[in-house]
Design a binder for this molecule. Sequence first.
Ligand code: PHE
Ligand code: ZN
Ligand code: ZN
Ligand code: CA
Ligand code: ZN
Length: 296
Amino acid sequence: APDIPLAAVKGHLAQLQSIASANGGNRAHGRPGFRASIDYVKGKLDAAGYTTALQSFTYGGATGYNLVADWPGGDPADVLMVGAHLDSVTAGPGINDNGSGSAAILETALEVSRSALTPQKHLRFAWWGAEELGLVGANHYVTNLPAAERSKIKAYYNFDMVGSPNPGYFIYDGDNSDGTGSGPGPAGSDRLERVLQDYFTSINVPTRGTDFDGRSDYGPFIRYGIASGGTFTGAEGVKSAAQAQLWGGTAGVAFDRCYHSACDTTSNISDAALDRNSDAIAYAVWTVGGAGRQPG
Ligand code: PHE
Ligand code: ZN
Ligand code: ZN
Ligand code: CA
Ligand code: ZN
């Protein structure tokens, strides 16, 4: 799998920061910064050969959007989806939450195009709206899919907060073998978890499980029995002494002390965490997507 260029991921974050700054300081549902950010991501994907669709929905009296991008090819009955929420809270520009996941999956999608990837599975990327108001966009997408289309989605990877400045390296505990799940997730979630673990093992970064409780956009997917997984570098939780031993950083300080705050800017990012997670995403897409295993 390719090494995703960190500079390119950070370039997307700089763009999301300047879009927020030019639009009242955020990318929140119903605000102009959200729509402008969707247009930025869509423009990159269209130029790279994706088939993109904007799905609109109404929530709280405002129009919201999901952006869905399909990479042509692969088995249409065997879809791997990768998603991140693009909206922020109103308090700030949401560069870690969730510019980080949005930029990391965008650059992975662009790398698919640069590599002219012909994976066995059909790849579909999504940028969700209104996550911060209760997973509204992802829930709208999943529940409004015809059942026949929903059943073609065999796996969903979610990335929400992957560049926390005092990072942990967490993987959703889809099999509950770490005891931080909420019961095992849908069949196949264990494999999605293991693929991510394998990547971090290969770069000698230890990982720990984190709650698989539906606190991000994979929630609606697991409710429909779709195998899901993802990574997370921590939010308002405080890094323990043991975690600081394991990963470095500062014990007694939140993983992201700017969580949902005005200071969640481009300064609020660990480059190492963002780089490692971006590369993990690419490894998972290449591995689970079946790159190089296509017939012919
Ligand atoms: N979904 C939370 C938010 O956007 C962050 C989060 C992600 C929390 C993953 C737990 C696990 O605010
Ligand atoms: Zn949030
Ligand atoms: Zn988030
Ligand atoms: Ca586990
Ligand atoms: Zn890298």
